[in-house]
Structure formats: C-alpha cells, structure tokens
Write a protein that binds this ligand. Sequence first.
Ligand SMILES: [Zn+2]
Length: 329
Amino acid sequence: MSRQLRYCPRCARELVFAPRAEGWMRQVCPDTACGFVHWDNPVPVVAALVEYEGYVVLARNKLWPPKMFGLITGFLEREDPDPASGVLREVEEELGLSGDIGGFIGHYPFERMNQLIVAYHVRAAGRIHLGEELAEYKCIDPRSLRPWDGATGRAVHDWLVARGITPPAPEARLHDLPHYAGIDAGLATAGQPSIEQFQLVAAAGFDTVINLAAADSPGALPDEATVTRSLGLHYRHLPVDFAAPRDADFDRFCELMREESGRRVLVHCAANKRASVFVYLWRRLLRGDADADAQAALERVWQPDGTWAQFIARQFERADRRSADVAGP
Ligand SMILES: [Zn+2]
C-alpha cells in the first residue's frame, strides 16, 4: 500500500505526480522553490519463523479472517539496535517467548504493502502468552508446513528447502480442492474451497475466483470476498440458484469470462456441479472447444440430469437461434 500524501508537509500545497530523472513517478510539491519529494521508500518489517519445541509457530492477527495464519511480524523500531534484535523483541511481545537467532533466512519485497520483509529463524522457549495484536496461534510440524503465496511464504519455503524439506508444488496440491477439475493452464473448476485451499489457489498462480454458489450454499464461507482479496485474488460472485438456473446467469457468466480473459481463473460453486456445467457450456459455445474434451471434463464431475440437462439443452438452442439471426433468411 503506497502511502500517498495529499498535501506538502513543508508548505501545505497540494502534491502532484511527476516523473523523476530516475524514470520513477513520485509525488512532488508543485512549488519548485519548496522542492519537496515524497520518496515513499519501502518500510522494513522484521519477520520471525519461530521454532518452538520442534514445531513452527504460526499466528493469526486479530485483523485477519479466521483460519489465516502467518509468521510473527512487526515494524523495525528506531530503538532496535539491529533487525535481529527487533525480531527477538517482536517474538517476546507477540508470543511472550524469549528467543535466539537461529539464522537469517532472507529479505523479501512485499510490493502491495511497500514493505521489505527481513526474515529470521528464531529458536524460542518459555510459555506462549499472546500479545494484544494476535487472536490465536498454532504449532505445526515443519514437515507439514506449507508455504503460502507472498513475501513471508517465500521465507517459509526458503527455510524448509535449507533444512532439506521440499514442500510440494502448490499446483500438485490443487487436487486437494473438493471435486477439483483442471481444464487447462488458465482454467479450473472446483467445489467450495476452504480458506487454506484459497491460499493454495493463490500460491498456484491463479488470478481470479468466480463463485457461482449462493451465499447460503452448503459450506459457503461467510467472507469469501475478503479472504480472496486479502490473497490478491480478483473475486467475482455470481450466485446461481441450483434449483432454477437462469439463461441470464449464463449470459452474465460469459461476460465475466470475457472480462477475465488472459487471467488464470478458478470457477467454483458448492460441489462443482454449477461450475462444471457453466464452464462446459462456455467451452462449447464461446471458446469452441471440441465436444469430446469438454464433455469428458464435465462427466468427470457429474452427469447433469433434470433441470440441468434442460438448462444445457436450452443454451444450445439459444446459441442456434442467435446464429440463425446473424445468418438472416
Ligand atoms: Zn512544498
């Protein structure tokens, strides 16, 4: 999050954007005599991968959604003699543990927050007592630790690799998603992912999540929009009534797919029934994929019947009518 200023802190004029000689855009004071430049330098943040009684401690900040856990992090303070001291101070404040540095893991840019993450392995002992910023913590066996997308996740990955543990690639773990069906490199369908599985979706390089489930579908997350956006995913919600899918739903889905073209898209609903049918129809009618391929992908998930068989037939009829209209008499 780039911290934009509105007014010049020296002379109170409204700042403007201007290119610098380095080629960067920066906010500058329009008064050249004042000459203020808002450099917006990255802020150093220390992160601790805390090893405690053989486990790695992950914690959830009170501001995060349920089930989202990360490393212990905090701003480097002016009083910290060095980053290593700063990270030990954070571990003490947030977990109530005294620790020592097991090693420097690396530094990782966190572009979205304009931070530089300085990550350490910290060996800690004592009795865990959560500080005021944390809601809960969990202890994970390093062999079960799965790196997530983002700066601190890369630190976890690098620490595991240095210890000789090769975490499975996120792509290989997408099959953990309920009723997962990969279509191609840019498209997949699934049932309702959990919060941890959305982390996997982001780590596997997806850009967009299209959710066709209703807000009260079985297993629906109360805050899927927040969860996906916090992972940097583009979130589109198109609730489709499973008992009564409408032509307008499919039309809207095609619009969304057009808007998201060029991005890697996961389409999901509750059990991948709605998602697999919509993607099947979109492949046949919009993308022109071969029927055998599209049909096989659909049948791996289910064999639509009743309302859904009728829905599919109706979309083909509508497409036929549209092409007849275009062709004319
Ligand atoms: Zn100024």
